[in-house]
Design a protein around this ligand. Structure first.
Ligand code: NDP
Length: 447
């Protein structure tokens, strides 16, 4: 078995040696899925995983735009159309200076499995740009988004590829992107998700990733007759996912003690309650400020510069910022401090070493492709509402989201329960996600 996995990974490394994040994501999947393939004749010998690691299409393009001082700026735009076996490509756009082909390929690859887990008919894709929205005026953001869409529009469509938001792409950016798409195509269609409510958006979409991450944590805790209620929760990030993860923890009776951004983390031992969270939402979403400004309003809190919050004692950890933000050392600190549950809101926030430490300690650990799938699932619900030209109520969407998160949890139990009863959610999510896509690929032949 080890030989099969090594041979496969060697081949992938030969082709993608300069893409560490992509290789990391592929390795995690290969280690759990190849043993399953070897035991199942219908998949064995068909090179399905080898086909799945090669994007169906990788688009890279120039984005030129003019900043407020009249300077011409040039950024690089991408769209990775990874796999369309079970539906149109679907996945977010990320605007961040670190964006490159490796990061987007890892995200697109993960997205294929995640979208499959939701049970909705969505293939996997991802895109974005190395554009940095920080410090830009609204007009600059608009000009950039319009320039970006003036190329992307020819590659996407409601039945082809439906992008959404991710880091650096929220409601404001989706609005500008949608405006340019509509102008160029002269049609009003569900080509992007995360839209505003008055122009085709879905209730609960902004909340969905964070809420879903906490619903998943609750399901995991329930397997141990535990719940979020009364637990101390450490959260990283302070963007879309972190904010709504915090909101749901508070609604379920937990106590949130940290939030962070790339400059460091705030620790409020007494708890970040609803009023304090509202302040953070205003600070981040409207004023576009930094997390350390929380201390101006709440001087009892602490700001720890340049560090991640994993050194703070907690029962539950929710990494909701970015990839590889929680390493093996952080994981061991969390475990020493008594953490019993980690539910990933971000994509691949835990390193390989961190995941091994969680598995060795047999704590509850959910990989992002399972626990943060609520966002794309609700995007799928937005697509359904757009096609039907109707809007479901908040409760209808939230009930569907809860149902989907529960189904994903059930799939992880089905495919991930080890002989000793421990639920390996990484294995469960990878195999459950793989099976649906692989079956579709087999049915469609070599294309
Ligand atoms: P936002 O842009 O809204 O927020 C990102 C947050 O993470 C900010 O607080 C940001 O801080 C912090 N962050 C970003 N990069 C780094 C870094 N290198 N080091 C430390 N902190 C960092 O993004 P989202 O909340 O939408 O996304 C967060 C994560 O969740 C990502 O991994 C994303 O892929 C994943 N995700 C998002 C979904 C969604 O629906 N939005 C769906 C599924 C997954 P700063 O402002 O300083 O950069």
């Amino acid at each position: 078995m080890k030989k099969n996995i090594e041979e496969f990974l060697d081949l992938v490394k030969q082709r993608n040696g300069h893409e560490p994040e992509f290789l990391q994501a592929v390795e995690e999947v290969a280690e759990t899925v190849i043993p399953y393939i070897v035991k199942h004749d219908i998949y064995y010998g068909k090179n399905i995983l080898l086909r799945m690691v090669e994007p169906e299409r990788l688009i890279s393009f120039r984005v030129s735009w003019v900043d407020d001082s009249g300077e011409i700026q040039v950024n690089r735009g991408y769209r990775i159309q990874m796999n369309s076996a079970i539906g149109p490509y679907k996945g977010g756009l990320r605007f961040h200076p670190t964006v490159n082909a490796s990061i987007l390929k890892f995200l697109a690859f993960e997205q294929v499995f995640k979208n499959s887990l939701t049970t909705l008919p969505m293939g996997g894709g991802k895109g974005g740009s190395d554009f940095d929205p920080k410090g830009k005026s609204d007009n600059e953001i608009m000009r950039f988004c319009h320039a970006f869409m003036s190329e992307l529009f020819r590659h996407i469509g409601p039945n082809t590829d439906v992008p959404a938001g991710d880091i650096g792409v929220g409601a404001r950016e989706i609005g500008f992107l949608f405006g340019m798409y509509k102008k160029l195509r002269n049609e009003f269609t569900g080509v992007l998700t995360g839209k505003g409510l008055s122009w085709g958006g879905s209730l609960i979409r902004p909340e969905a990733t964070g809420y879903g991450t906490v619903y998943f944590a609750e399901s995991m805790l329930n397997t141990k007759n535990e719940s979020v209620k009364g637990k101390t929760v450490v959260i990283s990030g302070s963007g879309n996912v972190a904010q709504f993860a915090a909101e749901k923890v508070l609604q379920l009776g937990g106590k949130v003690v940290t939030l962070s951004d790339s400059s460091g983390y705030i620790y409020h031992e007494g708890g970040i309650d609803e009023a304090k969270l509202k302040f953070v939402m205003e600070l981040k979403n409207v004023k576009r400020g930094r997390i350390n400004e929380y201390l101006k309003q709440y001087p009892n809190a602490k700001f720890v510069s340049g560090k991640t919050p994993w050194e703070v004692p907690c029962d539950i950890a929710l990494p909701c910022a970015t990839q590889n933000e929680l390493n093996e050392k952080n994981a061991k600190t969390l475990l020493q401090n008594g953490c019993i549950c980690v539910s990933e809101g971000a994509n691949m926030p835990s390193t390989k070493g961190a995941i091994s430490a969680f598995h060795d300690a047999k704590i509850l650990f959910a990989p992002g492709k399972a626990s943060n799938a609520g966002g794309v699932a609700t995007s799928g619900l937005e697509m359904s509402q757009n096609s039907l030209r109707i809007s479901w109520t908040r409760k209808e969407v939230d009930d569907r989201l809860k149902g989907i998160m529960k189904n994903i949890h059930d799939s992880c139990i089905e495919y991930g329960t080890e002989d000793d009863g421990y639920i390996n959610y990484v294995k469960g999510a990878n195999i459950a996600g793989f099976v649906k896509v692989a079956d579709a690929m087999l049915a469609q032949g070599i294309v």
